[in-house]
Design a protein around this ligand. Structure first.
Ligand SMILES: [Zn+2]
Length: 338
């Protein structure tokens, strides 16, 4: 296998970062402190984000595992059936009822039978990322990360090109060695001139080129990068969690995005709630579950902050009231002087 390039590493890190933005946005709580759902929630969200689905398997009464779903079909009620799950060690198991197991194995030799591993549907709960069972960042790499990398490379190139340069005008062609030394020094933004008494190549003129202009293009590239990045976030439903202020600006475009985020997250919330209910029905956990989704939690926080801001503003003295107080004070002083 080829060694990964800088670009490969950057793309992989970027995807990981973006997935984490999705994975961290839902929050599950349970009245049972040892809730298997809560304990596996991060792993389940990881599967959901990267593959679009995953499953929780009850191995024993208190041992639960998050597994991958290799394949599944949907029946007429849109319930997943004929599942094949895969454990982390690579072993696979078919999720089938007793009757289905018998039907499947009736014509098999004992040896063939021993190759198959079965698990009952009552021991498995599927989790889906959204109503279409798709992963979170489908196509992000091809569509956006390629472009973003290109812009990054251009910024790097532009940064290099606008470094300070030193031109030395000399009488004769300098030797290769001197040239190399000078170029070397100039690239580091400084120049050592070593006086050599044997040199006959007098420097006639020295020019130092220090770019003061020419950063506009880089500025434009930075803007392009941010624009591309924010489009990526919008298209793939990634909220900006670090700077809530930006999202809250009174901007109709941002308001529009907000609505889109909320719709996406509501869909995701519903999909997860179905599975949580199924897990309760299958007696994985009898606790009371509360699932909050990023948007709502964040909105609540934002609203609380807004109320605080309004209260802060109200504390500031009202100029009319202040004037009134002053007048009253003067009136009092006048009264006192009588
Ligand atoms: Zn629970």
């Amino acid at each position: 296998m080829n060694k990964p390039t800088q670009k490969d590493l950057w793309k992989a890190n970027m995807l990981e970062f973006l997935h984490n933005c999705h994975i961290g946005i839902s929050h599950l709580e349970c009245s049972n402190p040892n809730c298997p759902l809560v304990l596996n929630w991060g792993n389940l969200e990881r599967k959901n984000s990267k593959k679009g689905y995953g499953a929780l398997v009850k191995v024993t009464k208190d041992k639960f595992l998050t597994v991958s779903i290799q394949s599944y079909e949907l029946n007429g009620l849109e319930e997943p059936i004929n599942l094949t799950i895969k454990y982390r060690d690579g072993k696979e198991a078919l999720v089938r009822t007793k009757a289905e197991q018998e039907e499947l194995t009736k014509n098999l030799t004992p040896e063939e039978k021993s190759q198959l591993s079965f698990i009952d549907p009552s021991e498995v709960v599927c989790f889906f990322n959204n109503p279409t069972h798709r992963p979170n960042l489908e196509g992000a790499e091809e569509i956006y990360l390629e472009d973003l990398w290109d812009i990054k490379e251009k910024i790097k190139w532009d940064r290099d090109k606008s470094k300070k340069k030193v031109f030395l005008h000399v009488e004769n062609d300098p030797s290769k060695e001197t040239q190399a030394q000078e170029i070397d020094a100039a690239e580091k933004d400084y120049l050592f001139y070593i006086a050599d008494p044997s040199t006959t190549n007098e420097i006639k003129k020295m020019e130092i080129y220090s770019p003061t202009k020419g950063t506009e293009e880089r500025k434009q590239l930075h803007e392009d990068y941010l624009k591309d990045f924010s489009e990526l976030r919008r298209v793939f439903g990634i909220r900006h969690l670090t700077s809530k202020k930006e999202d809250r600006q009174n901007n109709p475009e941002i308001e529009l995005n907000e609505a889109q985020f909320v719709a996406l997250e509501r869909d995701k919330w519903r999909e997860r709630m179905k599975s949580i209910k199924e897990a309760k029905d299958k007696q994985f956990c009898s606790g009371e579950h509360k699932l909050t989704y990023g948007a709502w939690q964040e909105r609540q926080e934002a609203e609380i902050e807004q109320v605080k801001e309004i209260q802060e503003n109200q504390k500031e003295p009202d100029p009319a009231q202040e004037l009134e107080q002053k007048l009253a004070q003067l009136e009092k002083e006048k009264g006192g002087g009588k």
